[in-house]
Design a protein around this ligand. Structure first.
Ligand SMILES: Nc1nc2c(ncn2[C@@H]2O[C@H](COP(=O)(O)OP(=O)(O)OP(=O)(O)O)[C@@H](O)[C@H]2O)c(=O)[nH]1
Ligand SMILES: [Mg+2]
Length: 390
């Protein structure tokens, strides 16, 4: 599922030091990007299906030093390991669809059951309206879907409930399709990603999962422990980084912007493919903390022109309509490039994606339906609609 075009990696550079390196690389050098004409330039896409997943990268970055006192309770696991057995693309897709369906079962049962033996009348539209609103699709998306459904039913003279259900699914695919966008790797060396969101949304776990997916695809990754607010957060990432051979840049200084800057410099010096900057959870109403995020972004830009290249907002899929306020506030503050929606497993609020599509269509790069590595996958409108109304 997580396959993409690969390019031949340049000579591996194994860093000698484990200390966060603050390299004095000239920004002009670091900014030299491969041009589209260069034969070696390859667009590597997450979510493309051209190639099977590759073996993990042979060369490893120096792991982070062990914290003097590793905290108990984390045991280095940001998420439980899955069995690392090779699976075929078709098998991976089948298993993802079944987990997506299971995860969205609460949202989908409220919708799908309405169609069982139903007559196409006003009652059905009313029930559909309630079910969509209950799934947190919001007034606007609900109205939009129902208006179009009524028109389609009339135009296509649909008479049975199953056909109406298919029509609704098609409309949902059309609505959600603009949110579908693969994460494109290899555009910058390194590709710098900043990850933000409210407390407990799943930011750190998502970073861990993405790092593992990327490593499996021959990408070298460096993490910045930018959550300097919770001491445990830094340790959590460091222990995890050590276990998984991922360098984690961390500072005791408590300034997340400085950590992010160091990580970008270090990423450039070490020639890593991806730098991911974790940040502390915060509410959009905590204005000083939103200012802090802007500062982190600005300072990353000082480390590398045009960086951060990706600014992701992680949203808890259980949040419901408040997720919209989060998208708006974080987008206004940071100009988001993408969303990750976690914890769609077990929620009855999967309709939130429809609301996002109508009100603030920031691309959804990944959705999460569980705590395992394989439970985070690229978002595809067709699969999502199929899981809800298939
Ligand atoms: N069920 C489920 N749990 C998830 C998913 N993604 C993350 N979690 C869990 O959510 C909890 C919080 O995750 P974190 O990654 O620590 O969240 P965070 O946003 O970094 O939290 P703070 O740093 O405290 O703001 C953890 O227990 C994760 O395992 C998901 O898709 N499904
Ligand atoms: Mg965190």
């Amino acid at each position: 599922m997580f396959s993409f075009f690969k390019k031949k990696k340049p000579e591996a550079e194994t860093p000698a030091a484990v200390e966060p390196a603050v390299a004095a690389a000239s920004t002009a050098d670091a900014q030299a990007e491969p041009s589209a004409e260069q034969p070696g330039f390859l667009r590597r896409l997450f979510g493309a299906t051209e190639e099977a997943p590759a073996a993990p990268a042979a060369e490893a970055l120096t792991p982070a030093p062990t914290p003097a006192q590793a905290p108990t309770g984390y045991e280095g696991q940001l998420f439980p390991e899955t069995a690392e057995r090779p699976v075929s693309e078709a098998e991976a897709k089948r298993s993802w669809m079944s987990r997506l369906k299971a995860g969205l079962a609460k949202t989908s049962s409220n919708l799908s059951l309405l169609f069982v033996g139903a007559r196409i009348d006003e009652d059905l539209y009313e029930e559909l309206e309630s079910a969509l609103l209950m799934s947190d699709a919001g007034m606007d998306a609900t109205q939009f879907l129902l208006d179009n459904l009524r028109r389609k039913v009339k135009e296509e003279k649909l008479l049975d409930a199953a056909a109406v259900k298919v029509a609704l699914k098609d409309l949902l695919v059309d609505l959600l399709r603009p949110l579908e966008k693969p994460l494109e790797l290899g555009r910058h060396e390194p590709l710098v990603m900043m990850i933000a969101g409210v407390n407990g949304a799943g930011k750190t776990t998502t970073i861990g999962k993405l790092a593992k997916h990327m490593q499996r695809h021959d990408q070298s990754v460096l993490l910045a422990a930018g959550d300097t607010f919770r001491a445990a957060a830094r340790e959590q990432l460091m222990v995890w980084g050590q276990r998984n051979n991922v360098t984690v840049i961390s500072q005791a200084s408590g300034d997340p912007a400085a950590v992010a800057f160091d990580a970008v410099q270090s990423g450039k010096a070490r020639g890593v493919d991806v730098v991911m900057v974790d940040t502390a959870g915060r509410l959009p109403t905590q204005l000083h903390l939103m200012e802090e995020l802007k500062k982190i972004k600005r300072v990353i830009g000082k480390g590398m022109i045009d960086a951060p290249h990706e600014i992701l907002l992680v949203i808890d899929g259980n949040t419901g309509q408040n997720a919209l306020a989060q998208v708006k506030a974080f987008d206004d503050a940071l100009q988001l490039t993408g969303l990750v929606i976690t914890k769609l497993d077990g929620t009855a609020k999967g309709g939130i994606l429809a609301a996002i599509a109508r009100t603030r269509p920031v691309p959804v790069y990944f959705i999460g339906v569980g705590e395992k590595l394989e439970d985070l996958q690229p978002f595809r409108a067709e699969e999502f609609a199929e899981a809800l109304l298939g």
